[in-house]
Design a protein. Structure first.
Length: 293
């Protein structure tokens, strides 16, 4: 039985805007007043919507984000002695604050308040696509597959650095179960469904077997550390993980991340690659990295 990575969403906080529930709720919010809402009213809507979405889909990667922020802020809160109070402050005054501000500024910028319309497509093309790592992107649009197979994808099968993770016979059955599979996939891999092979395969496995355990061991031994461009501020924490744990299988840094790293952090990364015999020429590697900064 093959151990496999089970992925949750790993994407900018604004991924929660790409669903029918948000469109419905935001349109209702825009239609209840005759005047343009100010920034604080937008924030109130965002706060309410985040908790609505948490009830629908669960906290997703919010817990992971909160753990990272906790690590980054512990030294900033030395006088809060009680752990429960400190955890509460970190979660609501830091984690939720950043998320609420992030989404509120998006709504403020991309909403035409005169026409009461949010230009989601403009935000998607101009900002979202440039601020997301590829693996995170594959975790967003799962509603299509959930409807196709009448299931819920709380977790999505992914390679996690392991090649050839698909079960051959099951993939063949998946392909044969859909009329003109090539046309189906070429159509739905595009906007707005953006279905990936991992979404489709995960949905079919759940549809056929009822759980992943029939083919995969959900206990993940190996870990992967892939630093996305929006995770540059967490580099020190993530780098410590990739360099100190013995069961790390693959590591990477997105090319758009380098411009947000300090010179000492880039030196650390190059030294890590040299120690692992991934590279041999440090100067040439630095030259290549400089093309991304």
């Amino acid at each position: 039985m093959q151990p496999i990575k089970l992925s949750n969403q790993k994407s900018p906080f604004s991924s929660i805007l790409f669903n029918k529930e948000f469109v419905k709720k935001y349109q209702e919010f825009l239609s209840i007043t005759d005047f343009n809402p100010d920034y604080f009213q937008i924030r109130e809507f965002v706060i309410n919507y985040i908790f609505i979405w948490n009830d629908i889909r669960g906290p997703g990667h919010l817990n992971t984000i909160n753990k990272i922020i906790k690590i980054l802020t512990l030294k900033e809160l030395p006088d809060i002695k009680k752990s429960k109070i400190r955890d509460h402050v970190i979660e609501y005054d830091f984690t939720y604050y950043y998320i609420v501000e992030y989404i509120s500024k998006i709504l403020e910028k991309y909403t035409n308040f005169e026409e009461r319309k949010f230009d989601l497509l403009a935000y998607f093309n101009n900002i979202f696509l440039k601020n997301i790592d590829i693996w995170g992107f594959t975790m967003i649009y799962i509603t299509f597959v959930e409807n196709l197979y009448n299931t819920k994808l709380d977790l999505v099968l992914g390679p996690g650095g392991v090649p050839f993770m698909f079960h051959t016979a099951t993939v063949q059955e998946l392909v044969n179960s859909i009329d003109n599979f090539v046309e189906f996939f070429q159509t739905n891999v595009k906007y707005p469904n953006l279905v990936t092979e991992f979404h489709l395969y995960s949905g079919y496995v759940l549809h056929k077997f009822g759980s992943y355990e029939m083919l995969y061991n959900k206990t993940q031994y190996y870990q992967v550390v892939n630093i996305a461009d929006y995770e540059a501020t967490a580099f020190d924490v993530l780098f410590n993980t990739m360099s100190s744990k013995y069961n790390i299988l693959t590591v990477s840094i997105h090319r758009r991340t380098y411009k947000d790293l300090s010179d000492s952090q880039i030196v650390q990364w190059i030294g890590f690659l040299k120690d692992k015999s991934v590279i041999h020429d440090e100067l040439e590697t630095r030259r290549q990295i400089n093309t991304y900064t």
